[in-house]
Ligand binder design. Sequence first.
Ligand code: SAM
Length: 286
Amino acid sequence: MTAGDRSPGELVIVATPIGNIGDLSPRAAATLGEADVVCCEDTRHTGQLLARLGLRASRLLSVHAHNERERVAEVLELLERGARVALVSDAGTPTVSDPGERVISAAIAAGHKVTTVPGPSAAVSALVVAGLGTARWRFEGFLPRRGTDRAKRLGEIAAAPHPSVIYEAPQRLSSTLQDLADRCGGDRKVAVCRELTKRFEETWHGTLAEACERSAASAARGEHVLVVAAAPAEQRSSPSQGEVQSAVASRMSAGASRRQAAADVAADLGVPKRFAYETSLGRSDR
Ligand code: SAM
């Protein structure tokens, strides 16, 4: 970038490996090599990644959970000046349980071009090896550690009509599995995905009760993702009329016809189509 450069700036969100360097795409490497600035969580960590790739970024700028708010203005100024700014996190896809959202939404709001070089994410990787269905799924990230927020999320997972993907630290794996077993029942299926793409990669399939026994027997090590199967039909909570009405209304305000919106909501919430349609008109007496 030169001082007189008036070309528009661009923010490129670049996914990096979740463990195996071979998963970094050639386009990701080219983008990181060509960027004027690489925003990253940890300059040492990303510096090492670039060194392993034989790249030297012109500038590394730390953007992490504790300084992202203050960095926004700096990144906007770079984009204003026509810079090509790459955004990475320590591993996987930025903003997926990682920083970056503030910078991205500020760049969009300021009218800058925002693109992505897609790639690894532990969530999607775990989902596909779990074999518990991928057509619809819920991303839970890290659960709240305690209190009513945690209880509420566990309750939602227990009643969810789709598989739930949960990130967990090894030292909390055992207690989270126990809480899930308590709420979902010990016979609910789960996949415990560990160290994906790395040397000690393992995906274990079984029930929550078995997973609890297994985790009590030996301390968990490494990075883990849990994929909890959808609730069986009898454990799903039925949505209230208000929930159905607002779900139909929100699809209609996005342009769907009432009939289409009701059909989508019916599939989403597991209620009959006719019920969703009539409820949206305030005519259901359920
Ligand atoms: N942005 C990342 C992504 O796209 O997946 C996630 C970052 S989050 C801070 C880190 C969590 O992701 C870990 O605690 C673990 O739950 C999960 N994770 C990351 N890499 C993993 C791997 N190789 N195997 C299993 N889980 C992984």
